[in-house]
Design a protein. Structure first.
Lengths: 355, 274
C-alpha cells in the first residue's frame, strides 16, 4: 500500500535516510536545513539504531563522516552553503580516499553569510570541485519533495557502486516547502563488511588504510588517473535528466532543481502565445547531460538557461552546445526566486529579441 | 658449549641456525611485536615517536586486540604511523584525528579506537575537536605526543613551545607578550567531566618507557568500561629541530620540558581494571 504524507523537503529527506538504512548522521545546525538534524534526532535512533550526532562544527561533522564512512557504513551529513564551504577540505579527502557517503547542501544565498533564502549559487562549488585537487562528486538536483526522498536512496546506491561521495544539491525553498510525498518502504541496515574498510584487521586480509596521502608523485598520479577513469565511467552510466515538451520545440529553456518547475510554467505560458518551448532539466549535475543538450543544439533555434545565481550552469550548457545555437541566460540572486512571468519576459526579450 | 662447537664454531653455528635448533621460543628474549610492520621507521635518530609506536604495538599484541583496533594517524611527523602499525588505520586531516576517531567509534562502538596526534595537530589547529571530543566523553584513547615544536614542517613554534624557547618562527625565543603562552591542554581537558583517565608520561628513560606503556595499556583497557575519553600525553623530544644530539635532547627535555610539563597522573579513574 502506498504510504503518502505531506512533508517538508528537509523532513522527507531525513525520513528517507532512516528508511534507506543509513547507519550514521553527523551534522551541525544551520538554516535552512536544521530540520534534517532535528528530525533525525527525534526519530532515527529509536527506529533503526542509526547514530545521530550533533558535532561542534561542520569541520568536525565532515571529519566524523570521513572516519565513519571509512568503516563501510552508510553515512551522511547535511548543511547549507557557509557550512558546506567549511566542509570542503574534508570532502576533498573523502573523494581521494574514495569513501561512499551522502552530503546534502540546502543552498542559501551568498556570498558570505548571505541570506537564508533559496539560491543556486553553490553550483560551481558542488560540480567543479569545491575543495582542492582534481575530484568530482556525483551531484543530484531534486526538484520536488518526492525527489528529496527518492534521491537519498539513489545516492547511497551510487555512492557504494562507485565508492564516491554523492551530493544532493537542493535549496532553501525545497527544504522548507511542504508537498505530498510517497515514502519508500523501510530497508534494513546492513552489516556488510567491505575489504577496504577499517573494521579491525583480520588475519586473512592485509590491513585497511584509509588515506589520501601518497607522497610519491608517480603514485599520486596513478591515484589521479584511477579517479579520472572512474569519473569517465560515471559519465557514461549515470547521466539523468528530464525533458518536458522538447520533441517539437523550437526553443529550449534549461534549469535545474526548483527553477525547472518554474521554467515549465513559463514554457506553458510561451506555448499559449504560440512559441514552441520545451524544458530540459538536468537531474545529475555531475555527470552532466552534455550529449542530449548537444543533440538539441543541432535542432533548436535557441536556448535559455535560468538559474538562481549569476550564471553558473550556463557555462556547462555553452560547453555542450559549442556555438551551434545561441545560449542566453536569465538569473536572480541573493535569495530571490524568479516568477514564470519574468522568465517568459526574459525569453521574449533575450531569445526572441535577438532573432 | 660442547666440544664440537669449540672446535668448529662458525660452521657449527651456521648448521644450528639452519636447523633452527637455537631459534626456539624459550631462547627468544626480545622481539619485534607482530603488530609492527617490517617497514623501517622514517623518524630521526633519538626521536620518541619510534618508542611510542612500539609501546602501542606491544599493548595491542599483549591484549590480543589487533582484530578489534582501529587507529587514526594525524598530520605531522607521525603522518605515516599507519605504515608501521600493523592494524587498520585511517589518516586524518590536520587537527581532525579525534573527530575521525569519533566517527569510527560511534558506528563501531565495540572496537578499540585511538588517535595519535602531535602538539600542533592536537593543541593548535585541532583544539576545538580535542576539547569537544573529550567533553562528549567519546570512549576513545587519545595519545598526544608533545615535543614543543612542529617537526615535519621544520621546527616552527608550536602551541606547547616553552617561553624563550627558540624555533624557526620564534628565532629569538618565544616572547609570551606577543606570541602567547604554552598551552597545557592536558590539564585543560582533565577538567572536563567527559574525560575518564588523563596522564602525562615520557619515553626518555627506560623507567619512563615502562610507565608510559602502563598508561597506554590503561587507556586501551578503560575503553571497555565506556566511561569516557582516555588521554595519554607523552612529553617527547625533537633532536633535529631542537638542534641537539639525541642524548642532549633528552637532557634538555628533563631540565626544561619536565619542570613545566610535570609527569604523572592528572585524572585517575575511581575504579581500576582487574
Amino acid at each position: 500500500m502506498k504510504e503518502l504524507k505531506l512533508m517538508k523537503g528537509n523532513e522527507a529527506l531525513a525520513e528517507a535516510a532512516i528508511r534507506a538504512g543509513c547507519d550514521g548522521y553527523f551534522g551541525y545546525p544551520i538554516t535552512p536545513q536544521s530540520e534534517v538534524l532535528e528530525y533525525l534526532s527525534r526519530e532515527a535512533t529509536a527506529r533503526t539504531g542509526m547514530v545521530v550526532l550533533q558535532a561542534e562544527s561542520e569541520v568536525a561533522s565532515i571529519n566524523m563522516v570521513y572516519g565513519a564512512a571509512g568503516t563501510g557504513k552508510k553515512i551522511m551529513t547535511s548543511s547549507s552553503s557557509p557550512g558546506v564551504s567549511l566542509m570542503q577540505e574534508g570532502i576533498s579527502y573523502i573523494a581521494c580516499a574514495e569513501l561512499p557517503c551522502l552530503l546534502v547542501n540546502v543552498n542559501r544565498g551568498g556570498p558570505g553569510l548571505g541570506t537564508i533564502q533559496p539560491s543556486q549559487g553553490d553550483y560551481f562549488q558542488s560540480v567543479k570541485g569545491g575543495g582542492h585537487g582534481d575530484y568530482k562528486l556525483i551531484v543530484l538536483a531534486p526538484s520536488t519533495v518526492q525527489e528529496m526522498s527518492d534521491f537519498v536512496k539513489l545516492s547511497f546506491e551510487l555512492a557504494f557502486k562507485y565508492r564516491n561521495p554523492v551530493m544532493i544539491l537542493t535549496d532553501g525553498a525545497l527544504g522548507q516547502m511542504m508537498e505530498k510525498v510517497e515514502l519508500f518502504p523501510q530497508q534494513p541496515r546492513t552489516n556488510e563488511i567491505y575489504p577496504w574498510a577499517t573494521t579491525g584487521k583480520k588475519h586473512e586480509r592485509e590491513r585497511s588504510i584509509i588515506t589520501s596521502l601518497h607522497i610519491q608523485p608517480d603514485k599520486m598520479e596513478e591515484i589521479n588517473i584511477h579517479l579520472q577513469e572512474k569519473y569517465r565511467t560515471i559519465e557514461k552510466n549515470e547521466v539523468r535528466f528530464e525533458e518536458v515538451d522538447c520533441e517539437d520545440a523550437d526553443f529550449i529553456i534549461l534549469g535545474y532543481g526548483l527553477v525547472a518547475r518554474i521554467c515549465q510554467k513559463a514554457a506553458q505560458l510561451a506555448r499559449e502565445k504560440g512559441y514552441k518551448v520545451g524544458v530540459l532539466r538536468p537531474i545529475t549535475l555531475f555527470p552532466y547531460p552534455t550529449d542530449v543538450i548537444r543533440a538539441y543544439s543541432e535542432k533548436v533555434k535557441g536556448m535559455m538557461v535560468v538559474e538562481m545565481n549569476a550564471g553558473q550552469m550556463v557555462e556547462d550548457v555553452r560547453l555542450s552546445v559549442e556555438g551551434r545555437t545561441t545560449v542566453d541566460f536569465y538569473g536572480r540572486m541573493g535569495g530571490i526566486v524568479p516568477t514564470p512571468e519574468e522568465i517568459l519576459e526574459a525569453f521574449e526579450n533575450k531569445v526572441l529579441g535577438r532573432k | 658449549m660442547n666440544e664440537k662447537q669449540m672446535t668448529a664454531p662458525d660452521s657449527h653455528y651456521e648448521q644450528m641456525i639452519a636447523e633452527e635448533s637455537v631459534c626456539t621460543t624459550e631462547n627468544i628474549v626480545y622481539e619485534k611485536p607482530h603488530t609492527l610492520t617490517d617497514t623501517p621507521f622514517h623518524y630521526c635518530p633519538g626521536c620518541g615517536h619510534g618508542v611510542a609506536h612500539r609501546l602501542i604495538a606491544e599493548v595491542i599484541e599483549e591484549m590480543d586486540i589487533q582484530e578489534e583496533t582501529i587507529g587514526v594517524a594525524p598530520v605531522g611527523c607521525s603522518v605515516f604511523a599507519y605504515n608501521y602499525l600493523n592494524i587498520d588505520m585511517s589518516e586524518a586531516a590536520h587537527g581532525r584525528a579525534s573527530a575521525v576517531a569519533t566517527g569510527i567509534k560511534r558506528v563501531l562502538p565495540e572496537k578499540y579506537v585511538f588517535s595519535y596526534q602531535g602538539d600542533g595537530d592536537l593543541a593548535a589547529i585541532g583544539t576545538a575537536e580535542t576539547i569537544h571530543t573529550c567533553n562528549r566523553g567519546e570512549n576513545i584513547l587519545i595519545i598526544f605526543i608533545n615535543n614543543g615544536i612542529y617537526g615535519m614542517t621544520g621546527g616552527q613554534m608550536a602551541p606547547t613551545t616553552l617561553p624563550n624557547m627558540k624555533s624557526t618562527t620564534s628565532p629569538f625565543g618565544r616572547d609570551t607578550n606577543s606570541m602567547g603562552y604554552p598551552l597545557k591542554i592536558t590539564e585543560l581537558i582533565a577538567a572536563l567531566p567527559g574525560t575518564y583517565y588523563v596522564t602525562r608520561q615520557s619515553v626518555h628513560k627506560p623507567l619512563n618507557v615502562r610507565k608510559a606503556k602502563k598508561a597506554i595499556l590503561n587507556g586501551f583497557q578503560y575503553q571497555k568500561l565506556n566511561r569516557g575519553t582516555c588521554f595519554v600525553e607523552i612529553v617527547s623530544n625533537c633532536p633535529s629541530n631542537w638542534k641537539m644530539t639525541p642524548v642532549e635532547s633528552n637532557k634538555w627535555l628533563e631540565d626544561n620540558m619536565l619542570p613545566f610539563y610535570q609527569l604523572g597522573d592528572i585524572k585517575v579513574p575511581k575504579e581500576e581494571i582487574k
